[in-house]
Design a protein around this ligand. Structure first.
Ligand code: SF4
Ligand code: SF4
Length: 155
C-alpha cells in the first residue's frame, strides 16, 4: 500500500506531475483496448490513474499492477497519449512487484535492441499458464508481430 509521499514519488518516477492526470477524460478507451482487460473488469487503466490522482489506496495485488503487459495499446488509443504502462512500472518499483513481462522485455531489448513479442511470450509462458492467460492467446495472436527483428545498432 502507498502513502501520500510515495504517491508523489510514483507520479514523478513515471515522468508526470499529479495535475497532468487531470486531463484524463474518463472516456475509458484505454480500458476498452487493454490487452489484459479480458482477464477481469478490474484491469482498468483509467481507474488506476484516477486512484493515483485522488491518492486512493493501491495495493500490490492491484490487477493492473500485477498483470499489465506494458504493451502500450492504452497509450496508443488514449486521446492524450497518457503513458499508463510507465505509471504501472513506477508503481511496481515502489511496491516491489516483479513482473515477468518486464523481465522478458528487458531480455529482448538486450538481445535485439527492441521488443520481440514471440520472445516475450515464450519467456512468460509459465506465468501465462499459471494465471490463466493461455485461453485468451488465440485472440491475442493478432497483437503479436512474428517477423524476425533486425538488431538495432547501438550508438
Ligand atoms: S500497457 Fe498495460 S494497461 Fe496498457 S493496454 Fe497494455 S496491458 Fe493494458
Ligand atoms: S483513454 Fe486516456 S483520456 Fe481516456 S480514460 Fe484512458 S487515460 Fe483517460
Amino acid at each position: 500500500m502507498l502513502n501520500v509521499i510515495e504517491y508523489e514519488k510514483v507520479i514523478e518516477l513515471a515522468g508526470y506531475k499529479r495535475e497532468d492526470f487531470s486531463v484524463c477524460l474518463g472516456c475509458k478507451i484505454c480500458a476498452s483496448v487493454c490487452t489484459v482487460n479480458d482477464l477481469s473488469i478490474d484491469m482498468n487503466p483509467q481507474e488506476l490513474l484516477s486512484s493515483l490522482f485522488l491518492g486512493n489506496t493501491i495495493e500490490k495485488d492491484n490487477p493492473l499492477v500485477r498483470y499489465c503487459t506494458n504493451c502500450y495499446r492504452c497509450t496508443s488509443a488514449c486521446p492524450w497519449k497518457i503513458r499508463i504502462p510507465e505509471v504501472v512500472r513506477a508503481l511496481r518499483e515502489s511496491l516491489s512487484v516483479a513482473s515477468p513481462f518486464e523481465k522478458a522485455f528487458k531480455g529482448s531489448i538486450d538481445i535485439w535492441g527492441r521488443v520481440y513479442e514471440p520472445y516475450v511470450f515464450l519467456k512468460a509462458v509459465p506465468f501465462l499458464l499459471k494465471e490463466g492467460y493461455i485461453k485468451y492467446m488465440a485472440r491475442w495472436t493478432g497483437y503479436i508481430s512474428v517477423h524476425l527483428p533486425h538488431k538495432v545498432k547501438r550508438i
